[in-house]
Design a protein around this ligand. Structure first.
Ligand code: BES
Ligand code: ZN
Length: 607
C-alpha cells in the first residue's frame, strides 16, 4: 500500500513539474471553483476583498495548499470546515522571483473544503493597468483592466496560475457608481449601472482567461449574440468596423463545431492595451488601433474568435507549447478570413505573416525557433514571437495540403470535440495525429512532422505562399526606382495589404531621398493605419529618414501596443543618434503605458 502511495506521489510530483511557471501543487490539491468578491479603489489603484476557493484534495496526506501570487498584500487566510465554521489559517510566502512572483503556502490542520484569502493588489500589479481619467479617450472617468496571460492572474488573484488546470468562477465586483464592470463571463445579471456587479462563468477555464475591466463603458449590439463595449467615442466606429463578427462566428461554427460559449462580445480598450487582442471567453479584449475605418485589420477579430476553439476549448498545458494555442488559432483565423473576405485576401495575409516570421527568425536564437520550446526559468511572455503563431500555422497548412481539406477539416473538428475543456501537449497531439490522420506514411511521414516540431527554423517541406498581387507591387517598385516618377506606382487599387508588402521591401531597396519622395506623395508618416505607420517608421529609422520623427513621437505617445512600440524603441536605442531622442519621448509616453510595456522599454533604454 505504502509503495503504491509513494509511486502515486512521485507521479503527481511529475505532473506538477510539468508547469515550471507555477509554484502551485495542483496535482495534490486543486480548486475547481473560485469566487471573487472585490472592490475597485481608483484612488489607491487597488483591488481589495477576498477570493474563496473550493478545494479538491487529491491525496490523504496533503495538508498544504500552494498558490501563485505576485505583489499581493494578504490580510488574513480563513478556512471553512465541513460544518461551516471559519478558522484562521497560517500562511507564508516563498522566495520572490522577478519573473514568477512568489509561492503562497497555506497550512491546514485537516483537509478543509473551503479557504478564503483576504487581500489587496499593488498599484504596480503586472496584470492590471490603472488609467487616470486624463489617459482615457473620453477623459471623464478613470479606467482599469486586467491582462492575465501568461502568468499575471497571480498579480490580482492568489490562485493556481497554470494552464494545466481549469476552474469555474463567480464574482461580485464593486466600482464607483458611474462605472461599468465587465468580465469574460456571463454578465446577464447586470441590468443597471449601479456600481455593484455579478458574474458567473459556468464553463471551466484556465486561470489566464480570467478577465475584468471597469470604465465609462457603453454597449451596442451587433447581432443577437454579439456586441461591443467601448468608451462612447469608439462605439459606433467599432460597431461598423466589426460588423462581420456574426458571420465570422457562423463560418467558424460550420467548420469546427458550434460556438461553445454563448455570447461573443468585444471590449475596446484604451490605446495603451499592450496587445492587439486577448481572447477572454465571451468577451475578447481589443486594441482600438485595429479600428482603421476600412476593415483592413479585422483579421484580429477572426483571430480572437478562433481562440474560442483553439486555446479556450483545447488549451496548451504549459507556456512551452504556446504553438498549440496560437498556431492553431492563426490557422483557423486564416480559414475564417478566406470564407468571409475571399481566398485572395487570405493569401495576402498569409504571405505577410511569413514575411514577419522570416524577420523574427533572423533575430532569434535558434533554440527559440522550435515549435516546442523551453522557457523554464524565463518569463513565458518571451514566447510571444512569430514562431508559435506563424510557424505553427504553416505546419497545419502543410498537413492540410498533404491530406486535403476533405480529410483535414473533419480531423480538426474532431480534435476540438475530443479534447474540449482539456489541456493539450504536443506529445498528446502527436499520438492523436498518428491515430487519426497519419495512417498512410506515403502521404505524410513521421520524420516530416518531427522536423516541423523539433527542428529550428523553417522545415524543408515548407512551401512559401506566393501571390501575383505582391509580384506586381514589386514590379511597380522597380519601375518607379528606375524612372524616379511616382506615377509608376499604381497605388489606387492597393489595399492595406499591398502597402504593407510594399513598405516591407523598402529597407533593403531604397535610399533616404526615395523615402522622402514617397512620404511627400503618399503621406505615409501620417498614416492613420497603425500597421502601415509602424512598418513605415521602421523603414524610416533604418534609413535615417528623420522627417518621420515628429509623427513617430505622436504615435509613441498615443499607442502602447507592445508589438508596435517595443521594436520601435529597440531600433531607436540601437542608433546613438536616436537614443537621447527616444529617452525624451519615452519620458512623456511612459505614464500612459501598461506595466508590461514599461518594463520592456525600461530594459531597452537601460533605465
Ligand atoms: N493570446 C494572445 C495574446 C498573448 C499572447 C498575450 C501571449 C500574452 C502572451 C492573443 O490572442 C494574440 O495572439 N494577440 C495578437 C493578435 C494577432 C496575432 C492577430 C496580438 O496581440 O498581436
Ligand atoms: Zn492569439
Amino acid at each position: 500500500m505504502r509503495v503504491v502511495l509513494l509511486v502515486l506521489l512521485i507521479l503527481a510530483a511529475k505532473v506538477q513539474a510539468a508547469d515550471p511557471h507555477s509554484f502551485s501543487n495542483f496535482a495534490l490539491v486543486s480548486h475547481p471553483t473560485l469566487a471573487l468578491d472585490l472592490t475597485a479603489d481608483f484612488d489607491k489603484q487597488q483591488l481589495h476583498g477576498f477570493v474563496e476557493l473550493e478545494l479538491d484534495w487529491h491525496h490523504p496526506d496533503v495538508r498544504e495548499l500552494i498558490l501563485d501570487s505576485r505583489d499581493l498584500s494578504i490580510k488574513k487566510v480563513m478556512g471553512q470546515s465541513a460544518a461551516g465554521k471559519w478558522l484562521q489559517l497560517s500562511y507564508s510566502f516563498g522566495e520572490k522571483s522577478p519573473t514568477h512572483g512568489q509561492a503562497l503556502r497555506i497550512e491546514f490542520p485537516s483537509q478543509l473544503p473551503k479557504v478564503r484569502v483576504y487581500y489587496h493588489t499593488s498599484p504596480q500589479a503586472s496584470g492590471l493597468q490603472w488609467l487616470t481619467k486624463e489617459q482615457t479617450s473620453e477623459k471623464q472617468h478613470p479606467f482599469m483592466y486586467s491582462q492575465s496571460q501568461s502568468i499575471h492572474a497571480r498579480s490580482w488573484i492568489p490562485l493556481q496560475d497554470t494552464p494545466a488546470v481549469r476552474l469555474n468562477f463567480q464574482a461580485r465586483i464593486q466600482t464607483p457608481k458611474q462605472l461599468l464592470a465587465v468580465m469574460g463571463a456571463d454578465n446577464s445579471a447586470n441590468v443597471d449601472k449601479d456600481g455593484d456587479y455579478f458574474f458567473r462563468m459556468p464553463q471551466a477555464i484556465p486561470s489566464y482567461l480570467i478577465a475584468l475591466a471597469i470604465g465609462d463603458l457603453e454597449f451596442k449590439a451587433m447581432s443577437e449574440r454579439t456586441g461591443v463595449y467601448a468608451e462612447k467615442v469608439w462605439l459606433d466606429k467599432a460597431v461598423a468596423e466589426f460588423s462581420d463578427t456574426e458571420q465570422m462566428m457562423q463560418v467558424a461554427s460550420a467548420m469546427y463545431g458550434d460556438y461553445p460559449w454563448g455570447r461573443y462580445d468585444l471590449l475596446i480598450l484604451p490605446a495603451s492595451f499592450p496587445f492587439g487582442g486577448m481572447e477572454n471567453p465571451r468577451l475578447s479584449f481589443i486594441t482600438p488601433t485595429v479600428i482603421a475605418g476600412d476593415k483592413s485589420l479585422v483579421s484580429l477579430i477572426a483571430h480572437e474568435l478562433a481562440h474560442s476553439w483553439s486555446g479556450n476549448l483545447v488549451t496548451n498545458g504549459s507556456w512551452h507549447e504556446l504553438w498549440l494555442n496560437e498556431g492553431f488559432t492563426n490557422y483557423v483565423e486564416n480559414r475564417i478570413m478566406e470564407q468571409v473576405f475571399g481566398p485572395e485576401r487570405a493569401l495576402l495575409e498569409r504571405q505577410l505573416s511569413v514575411q514577419d516570421l522570416e524577420n523574427d527568425l533572423d533575430q532569434l536564437d535558434a533554440k527559440d525557433t522550435l515549435l516546442v520550446t523551453d522557457y523554464t526559468g524565463r518569463d513565458p511572455d518571451e514566447a510571444f514571437t512569430q514562431v508559435p503563431y506563424v510557424k505553427g500555422m504553416l505546419f497545419l497548412q502543410f498537413l492540410e495540403q498533404r491530406v486535403g481539406r476533405a480529410v483535414f477539416d473533419p480531423f480538426l473538428k474532431n480534435y476540438f470535440q475530443t479534447f474540449a475543456f482539456q489541456s493539450m501537449d504536443t506529445e498528446k497531439f502527436l499520438r492523436y495525429l498518428r491515430k487519426t490522420l497519419l495512417t498512410d506514411p506515403d502521404i505524410v511521414s513521421m520524420g516530416e512532422i518531427l522536423e516541423w516540431l523539433y527542428q529550428p527554423g523553417l522545415a524543408s517541406t515548407f512551401v512559401a505562399p506566393q501571390s501575383d498581387a505582391f509580384k506586381q507591387v514589386d514590379q511597380q517598385r522597380v519601375l518607379w526606382q528606375q524612372s524616379g516618377t511616382l506615377t509608376d506606382l499604381q497605388t489606387n487599387s492597393w489595399s492595406i495589404h499591398h502597402w504593407l508588402h510594399f513598405i516591407g521591401q523598402l529597407a533593403a531597396t531604397v535610399d533616404t531621398a526615395q523615402l522622402q519622395q514617397l512620404d511627400q506623395g503618399f503621406g505615409l508618416s501620417q498614416s492613420q493605419n497603425a500597421e502601415v505607420a509602424t512598418a513605415w517608421f521602421k523603414v524610416a529609422l533604418a534609413k535615417n529618414y528623420s522627417q518621420a520623427l515628429p509623427a513617430l513621437e505622436q504615435f509613441l505617445i498615443r499607442v502602447g501596443r507592445r508589438k508596435f512600440v517595443v521594436p520601435l524603441y529597440q531600433q531607436l536605442s540601437q542608433n546613438p543618434q536616436h537614443l537621447e531622442w527616444a529617452k525624451a519621448v519615452y519620458q512623456r509616453a511612459r505614464a500612459g503605458y501598461h506595466p508590461l510595456t514599461q518594463s520592456a522599454v525600461d530594459k531597452l533604454l537601460k533605465l
